[in-house]
Design a binder for this molecule. Sequence first.
Ligand code: ADE
Length: 230
Amino acid sequence: MTKLAIMGAMEEEITPLLEYFTDIKKNNYANNTYYECRLGDLDVVIAYSKIGKVFSTLTASTMIQKFGCDTLLFSGVAGGINPQLKIGDLIVANKLSQHDLDITAFGHPYGYVPGGSVYVNTDQKLKDIALEVAKESDIKIIEGIIATGDQFVANEKRKEFIESTFQADALEMEGASVAVVCDALNVPCLILRAISDTADMDAGFNFDEFLESSAKNSASFLMKVIERIK
Ligand code: ADE
């Protein structure tokens, strides 16, 4: 690894990460701010993309193609689907899907377009390191499927559809798009999330209450993973 990308979607998701770094150089590009810094011998670029698949695709592509990052780690929050996931708990994605991608009218499965695939995988090695670090530190983490879409889900019916269609354990708004970029450009990626809500009718309220604390859980665990891989 020569240059590490660390991404979130919202400012609240990267603020707790930036606190671990000093000598940060701000670089404005494509309507966003990229924070260039170092961790020991390692060059690091940190950014939040703004919410959703389009902005996260732009940021992931920029970090790889303009800034030359060759490993990408994502930290943030998600809505829990798997009942084992309580607010604050961590999930690392083994694969991700776009739950709002729908050309079923042409006989294709949800999440599929020709030339793509319903699921995109993440890097096995990075995920194994995350699971190992959690085990050693006695931190609860679940390895599972994350479904991504341009919707804040606060509705049991939509949540059930996403669970039954994609066997998803959690849902959010950026992971699959970032993983698609990384897969296409051969950059290993890790998608880590901490639960902020359970995507039900209380989701909006819970999200506001737990965004900051769950984002911090995800960020502090990610820093432990980075210590191991750097
Ligand atoms: N991220 C965190 N909670 C979410 C939810 N309920 N829907 C979409 N993205 C989320």
